[in-house]
Design a protein around this ligand. Structure first.
Ligand code: COA
Length: 269
């Protein structure tokens, strides 16, 4: 008898994402390499839809999240900052899309592995922090420039970073907006492994094979147990205020001035 909860066909997520699942292993690919996989609202809604689809895949144990091209992700799509995307969404819906994507990724039953090369910035850091494993190439570069962009870090970034690296390191990285390299990322516990860039695929494959070889019940229930233990920090409740603060910042004069300086700096490079 057909299982009504099983959906064999990947959803149509548009050109910005690719999704697949084959037996115990799946992959979710950020597919805007010409924009360094900047996370547009469409892509964020797609990540949410993909996460739900993965949960319909029987036997799935591990999903690798990676970015096509030179970088994992340059974060939230700043183009939407400059011009109204004309997508018919409210500012609040747009502000909340990243939180929904990160929450959906984290809630997935399968273990998630973020494969990180090149730039991993802002919202890219948050999406990676919603994954269970992060493996970085030694060419990776991390930063969380939101405050310089005149907005608070949202999308559940603060609680997830505190969960993964502690409050002191979170303050340092989020408030200074400074870059940090993969070695520091490993030292503070943000990534579990750093490997030379040419070895990244082999390292990810080795981890995936190791995880996929485990019995599903104890493996996936361990993920659920860890999430249940930390759910007070990262649970749905905080999503209520985050998107509102983000929208408020878009109308705050001093924050807008910071945003304009930041975006002008980008344009003048
Ligand atoms: N949103 C939208 N587009 C982005 C982007 C972003 N966050 N990051 C990069 N891009 C686009 C660039 O506009 C450029 O597009 P174009 O070729 O049509 O002009 C393309 O991606 C390549 O980026 P470019 O800046 O030319 O690459 P670089 O190697 O010189 O610099 C970065 C790379 C990551 C240092 C630089 O792109 C950057 O600082 N991006 C913004 C990061 C950011 O502030 N993200 C927001 C975090 S919340």
């Amino acid at each position: 008898m057909a299982d009504p909860s099983h959906d064999a066909h990947p959803p149509d997520l548009g050109p910005g994402l690719r999704v697949s699942a084959d037996g115990p292993v799946g992959s979710l690919v950020l597919n805007r390499p010409d924009k360094l996989n900047a996370l547009s609202t469409d892509v964020l809604f797609g990540i949410e839809a993909a996460a739900r689809w993965f949960d319909t895949q029987r036997g799935l144990k591990v999903v690798v999240l990676w970015g096509e091209g030179s970088s994992f992700s340059a974060g939230a799509d700043v183009a939407g900052f400059v011009t109204d995307p004309g997508d018919g969404l409210t500012a609040r819906d747009r502000a909340d899309a990243g939180r929904r994507a990160a929450d959906a990724l984290e809630a997935m039953a399968a273990i998630t592995v973020a494969r990180i090369q090149g730039h991993c910035i802002g919202g890219g850091v948050v999406i990676a922090s919603a994954c269970d494993f992060r493996i970085a190439a030694d060419d990776a570069s991390f930063s969380i420039p939101e405050i310089d962009l005149g907005i608070p870090l949202a999308w559940g970034g603060i609680p997830r970073l505190i969960r993964e690296i502690g409050a002191a390191a979170t303050r340092d990285l989020v408030m200074t907006c400074r870059r940090f390299d993969p070695v520091e990322a490993r030292e503070i516990g943000f990534v579990q492994r750093v490997v030379p860039e040419p070895d990244l695929d082999v390292a990810v494959e080795a981890l995936v094979t190791q995880l996929a070889g485990k019995a599903a019940l104890p493996l996936l229930s361990t993920k659920a147990h860890i999430n249940a233990t930390t759910s007070q920090m990262t649970g749905q409740g905080r999503g209520w205020m985050e998107a509102d603060t983000l929208v408020t910042a878009l109308h705050d004069e001093e924050s807008r001035e910071a945003a304009n300086r930041y975006l002008q700096g980008l344009a003048e490079r």
